[in-house]
Write a protein of this length. Structure first.
Lengths: 366, 366
DNA sequence: AGACCGCGTCGAAGCGCTTCGACTCCGCGA
DNA sequence: TCGCGGAGTCGAAGCGCTTCGACGCGGTCT
């Protein structure tokens, strides 16, 4: 810090400050409920009731209290609620993120919506980061700076069991392998798969393919399974020919899958891609192979919550997705309901919206 | 919510929850200092002293207390500190940001560093957004969910006077017109201007120009003034010919300035640009005019904190800047010191670092 | 007329923790 | 031997607020 340039009247170190802990002057010597009571000529408890409405208070008294509150500029001390049992009115947003992480953009989108939604319920948001370890969550739960937690993504790590044992309401944004006892919100990737197929069918495509992360056909990611189910169901229902192709996120694999698809008979004219990492690779592979998109081939993507992988999808890809804003708001919603003691479902899957972009078009006349 | 798909054992709405306010079970019934005291066979106050070390406690007792703490998994209830005068150990990060804001990326960078730095001082971070109005800040100050505030950018609005009157320590990241009574951290844009000139001089350039936001020569932004001072000082010290050119952030204006520069005799071979918005425009203008960068002309940029304007500078521009991480950490540092009652300077300007990129090179041999 | 009820209000307790004053040892010097 | 002081501990108060039980008062019911 000694290397910082110092500017202004205090550059020489002269004290202009009052030196009190806290630094600056304190024009509001923290007006308490007792002050309000005194000013209104009633008991503190009466003030409390008048403000909360938990007991009948005469209109006259209520008016006097309100006046006193206004005149004194009284604001209940938030911290008080923290131990009076009412809760601190603070939610923790846990986002495992390191400096320079490419997911920062996405996390910010969630943070924005979570903060906005939380404010709508009169809560503030505590930002917890880099705390993948048990310790970060424990700290929040035991130390109780927050009443409840929203945890972003990363379903693979050890958090789910930990969350269950925290003893504090929480909502997970994402889909862990075993959501038992948790509350989760996520993209309804099954519906997203269906939506993509329906979209392709409407465009006239009769043969479609699903390309996804490796274990797309086996018991892979929860998402992969759901997408597969949705894809298959929709294809069956609409009477389309369909095939499924697992595809690791490597250029070589994408190339191989692309070649395979082109060799199929009947050749698919519409492709649904799951796993964002693969989308770009697959499109590149197709273009290398001389396919024009969307003229020869339509491509639609299913985008999961978008936290785990780099969120930079080519803008022009038609995709079924849920905006981070909605997921964040939904998470807060559920969390507030849990705080109120309302029962909430284990998993809430938000319906995707299909965003129609440049990568899909009518079936090529063959 | 009725439109959400619900999945899992509770899809039918069956209660498996215990319905207690708070939702999930609570395996840790909030072990308090009294529990620890009882378990260790001492008085609560003794536990407090044993843990804080504020009074002499026998080694024996201290050991028993520590054991009890460990066995019971005791963690002091954070909220308690909030009113016991110790502070809640929470900093508020105030970032005026709306959904979809392009500055999200930048804000996230600050948030990351602020959270990390705050954790280093055993503090948590409360995220406040969209609260440009007086109300957001007032709420934090009066309700006291946070001990102190870090306010990001936007020096133009009405916040500075408000901050002064809040009665809570705060640090502003950015440079308001009048920093009196505040504490601010920012890029040392004067030094940044010098650095750019020195860099150009080292490369052999003998004639340099400064292009910046409109009032670069008059009493404009604090930054603009500082850059100008630094630029002029360095140019004078190094014996370079120099000129200064205000330039609004419009393509036409950039074009005009570029043409003017090329007509000058001696013609500048090195250009220092302040105001990120102008950088791209000016480079475009030069290229349109047939100038190659850096072969014909070297361009170096001064980047302010980067909060107010879109931060997406072309990656290839040599620039003098301060990483958000450092600014965030510095802000936390100052804030913690204020909380400790230490006196801190009014303005701390962080030394820029010159990042050498593709837009500058040796003076063209003429 | 007396018993009862309930509205509106008050006082006090208590949440988890820190802190201040007080109290008890014990060892030391006078 | 007594007194003194320091080390080590305890008890109680108090932070700002909610909440529970109680109380007074005016009106109703019998």
């Amino acid at each position: 810090m000694d290397r910082w340039t110092v500017e202004g009247r205090n550059a020489d170190g002269t004290q202009t400050d009052d030196g009190r802990p806290g630094g600056s002057r304190r024009p509001h010597p923290m007006v308490s409920i007792t002050d309000v009571a005194r000013h209104a000529g009633v008991a503190p408890s009466t003030v409390s009731y008048a403000l909360s409405g938990k007991r009948p208070i005469s209109e006259e008294t209520r008016r006097r209290v309100r006046a006193a509150v206004r005149e004194l500029g009284y604001r209940p001390h938030t911290g008080a609620g923290a131990w009076t049992g009412r809760g601190a009115k603070v939610l923790a947003l846990v986002a495992p993120l390191r400096a320079g992480d490419a997911r920062a953009q996405t996390v910010m989108a969630y943070a924005l919506s979570v903060v906005a939604a939380a404010r709508g319920h009169d809560h503030d948001v505590l930002l917890i980061m880099r705390e993948e370890s048990e310790d970060g969550l424990r700290r929040v739960a035991d130390g109780a700076p927050a009443d409840a937690l929203i945890v972003l993504g990363a379903p693979r790590n050890a958090r789910p069991p930990l969350l269950r044992s925290l003893g504090r309401p929480s909502v997970l944004i994402g889909s862990p392998a075993d959501p038992t006892g948790l509350t989760c919100v996520d993209l309804d990737s099954g519906a997203a798969g269906e939506l993509c197929v329906e979209h392709l069918a409407e465009l006239g495509h009769r043969t479609v393919a699903l390309v996804g992360a490796p274990p797309v056909s086996l018991g892979g990611t929860v998402h992969a399974q759901r997408v597969l189910r949705g894809f298959a169901a929709a294809a069956g229902r609409l009477g389309l020919s369909s095939s499924v192709h697992p595809c690791p996120a490597s250029p070589a694999a994408a190339r191989a899958v692309a070649e395979g698809l082109l060799r199929e008979r009947p050749a698919p004219t519409g492709v649904v891609v799951h796993d964002e990492g693969v989308v770009r690779l697959l499109i590149d592979a197709f273009e290398t192979l001389g396919q024009r998109i969307p003229d020869d081939l339509s491509v639609a993507a299913v985008r999961p919550a978008g936290l785990l992988t780099d969120a930079r999808l080519p803008l022009s890809v038609t995709s079924a997705e849920v905006p981070a804003a909605q997921l964040g708001a939904a998470a807060v919603d559920l969390l507030i309901r849990k705080l109120n003691g309302t029962h909430v479902p284990e998993t809430a899957l938000l319906p995707p919206r299909l965003t129609h972009r440049a990568s899909t078009s009518d079936r090529p006349r063959s």
